[in-house]
Write a protein that binds this ligand. Structure first.
Ligand code: ATP
Length: 196
């Protein structure tokens, strides 16, 4: 079974493309969603987060997201510290999850950051979704009700597509011109053939 990392900048269309893979019966692990769940429910991770950011990290048993977000936005060092405890928990959780799909040709992990975090090394292949910047900004403004500068601010924390394209194994162009399903099918057939 191959492990594939699927990534792309904010609003590039990762989740949309993950949905197409799911229709093809490919198991997809949502790294960002699982990270949030683990921060809430994994007792070891809760302890580590409390050690890092204090008792205010949880309120009434729930993760105090605004507080954590404010600490993380204070400095890159805090973001790095948070990642240093969350990433290993997600890696372990993904490894366990993979165990359920041994008979599949491949599984996908969808993650917003893969090249930035170094996690890409854990995968057999990587897929990068790219879209024109202006399209991404408009999509996210519409989807999340954000201002242009809020979206641009989030983009600035991620590597540029040019940097990511140097490292990606496969690229899917979600520019509204090329058919997504055709591109997904080509990659799907490639992975299936590598495993048969
Ligand atoms: P994020 O990193 O912010 O979670 P993402 O990369 O997962 O974003 P999606 O949520 O898949 O991106 O797409 C962003 C928005 O753009 C969604 O509202 C989605 O429905 C829309 N979208 C994505 N691709 C297309 C497309 N080809 N045509 C029209 N709308 C699209």
């Amino acid at each position: 079974m191959l492990r594939i990392g699927l990534t792309g900048g904010i609003g590039s269309g990762k989740s949309t493309i993950a949905q197409i893979f799911k229709i093809l019966n490919v198991p997809v692990y949502d790294a960002d969603g699982r990270a949030k769940a683990l921060m809430e429910n994994n007792s070891e991770l809760r302890l580590r987060i409390t050690q890092l950011f204090g008792e205010g990290s949880y309120q009434g048993g729930k993760l105090n997201r605004p507080y954590i977000a404010s600490r993380v936005f204070e400095s890159k060092e805090f973001l790095g510290k948070l990642n240093s405890v969350v990433h290993p928990a997600v890696h372990n959780d993904f490894d366990e999850w993979c165990g359920r799909f041994q008979e599949y040709s491949y599984v996908i992990q969808e993650a917003a950051i893969l090249f930035e975090s170094g996690s890409y090394k854990r995968f057999d292949h990587t897929i990068l979704v790219v879209s024109p910047e202006e399209t991404r900004i408009k999509r996210v403004m519409e989807r999340d009700g954000l201002t242009r500068s809020q979206v641009v601010g989030r983009m600035e924390n991620q590597l540029t597509d040019t940097e990511k394209m140097k490292r990606a194994g496969f690229i899917i162009y979600n520019d509204g011109k090329l058919f997504l399903t055709k591109q997904v099918l080509e990659i799907h057939n490639k992975f299936v053939s590598l495993q048969t």
